[in-house]
Design a protein around this ligand. Structure first.
Ligand SMILES: *Cc1c(COP(=O)(O)O)cnc(C)c1O
Length: 398
């Protein structure tokens, strides 16, 4: 059998060099553990970047997908299919939103949300120069529209010009939003908890001010729940913690738990006054296989009381991470909600992550100085203890 090193060499010859990958070839997973092709076991606190909420090799999930594969994988959106109808109904119920459009990724959900917001404003005043307010340090994906609202100039610069008329404000700084509102503003877009940009939760007061502003001026509030949604913060969608509701919401990552799916959802009012027949489409979006994944994921969330587990284990993880903050001078703070946590270091964390990987623990960063904890949502306190023991070992030798 080929060893890992040989596979990695082959990969580097064949694949475009867009990722700085860790030197591991993963082979299979079980529960919260992953195995590389040489049989080494890893405790996974990355979950495929907040994707595999239910853990690996979940029998009910696997069986549901296999059944659907044997029945029908794809039909196109020229026709109806039962799994997509069921998935839309379940997603409406889980989110409290009214209408669903299925996509294949998070970035595509953002593209749809942007188009819907522009169309909504266009139908009101016929102008074609509407503006969107996005947040600094945000991350919404790598396609051109999603990149345009991503508040990280490093990701954007080489690909300019972006789509036009985007203004950036600061998260949790309502005045900075106000300063950017004009009579052309059609939407404000933000992650309810910024993920990639460094695990920054939007504050309740900020969200409430935004909501009031949007209502007053008939601006659409778009909440990106692609990373922080699907139970990760201890609510199905993070905004549900705050008694506000977006006009448009995006979801993806854990929505299909590994099958590439996303969605954008709207209120009835937004839906009735934005995208209409012929305005938007996708070949794959909401195909029977993808929809079957969403259905079984939402079923298993209920059956396995995933959100209760997030609340309990999330609080425990938080406590352990706070312990690290008080113990190690080079850790500045902990930020996050539930099982979406960040530890902020006074230095780059890449060496620590590599060291942890050697010791059989998968962690990821968010920016250069932050270790991000986004484990499968089925983890237990024992797994948290196992993680903290390994991490402690890595930190003690700094
Ligand atoms: C990952 C992510 C995206 C992009 O999703 P893709 O599926 O990678 O296109 C958008 N927004 C947020 C908040 C994300 O975390």
């Amino acid at each position: 059998m080929k060893v890992m090193k040989e596979y990695i060499e082959e990969a580097e010859k064949a694949l475009l060099h867009t990722y700085n990958r860790y030197q591991v070839v993963l082979d299979k997973g079980d529960g919260v553990y992953l195995y590389d092709i040489e049989g080494k076991k890893y405790l996974d606190f990355c979950a495929g970047i907040a994707v595999f909420a239910l853990g690996y090799n979940n029998k009910k999930y696997n069986d549901a997908l296999k059944d659907q594969i044997d029945k029908l994988i794809h039909t196109s959106n020229y026709y109806y299919n039962v799994p997509a109808i069921e998935a839309a109904k379940k997603l409406k119920k889980a989110s409290g939103m009214d209408r669903v459009f299925f996509t294949n990724s998070g970035a595509e959900a953002i593209e749809g949300a942007i188009k819907a917001a522009r169309k909504y404003a266009y139908l009101k005043d016929g102008r074609t120069d509407h503006e969107i307010i996005a947040m600094e340090h945000s991350f919404h994906g790598r396609t051109m529209g999603a990149l345009s609202v991503t508040g990280n100039p490093k990701y954007r610069e080489a690909f300019e010009p972006m789509i036009g008329n985007i203004r950036f404000a600061r998260l949790n700084d309502f005045d900075s939003v106000l300063a950017n509102v004009t009579d052309k503003t059609c939407a404000v877009i933000l992650e309810t908890v910024q993920g990639e940009g460094g695990i920054f939760p939007a504050e309740e007061s900020f969200l409430k001010q935004l909501k009031a502003l949007c209502e007053e001026k008939d601006i659409l509030l778009i909440l990106d729940e692609i990373q922080c949604g699907m139970g990760r913060t201890g609510a199905m969608y993070a905004w549900q913690r705050y008694g506000i509701k977006p006009d448009i919401m995006t979801t993806a990552k854990a929505l299909g738990c590994g099958v590439p799916v996303g969605a954008f959802l709207m209120t009835e009012k937004t839906a009735a006054n934005s995208l209409t027949s012929g305005d938007h489409g996708t070949t794959y979006g909401g195909n029977p296989l993808a929809a079957a994944a969403i259905n079984i994921v939402l079923d298993l969330f209920e059956e396995n009381h995933i959100i209760d587990n997030v609340k309990e284990t999330g609080a425990y993880l938080e406590e352990k991470l706070e312990g690290f903050v008080s113990r190690f001078d080079f850790i500045e703070e902990r930020r996050g909600l539930g099982l979406m946590q960040g530890l902020v270091f006074d230095r780059p964390v890449n060496d620590i992550i590599t060291k942890a990987l050697d010791k059989g623990l998968i962690l990821i960063n968010a920016g250069t100085n932050i270790i991000r904890f986004v484990p499968p949502l089925i983890i237990t306190k024992e797994h948290v203890d196992e993680m903290t023991a390994i991490l402690e070992d890595c930190l003690e030798n700094i």
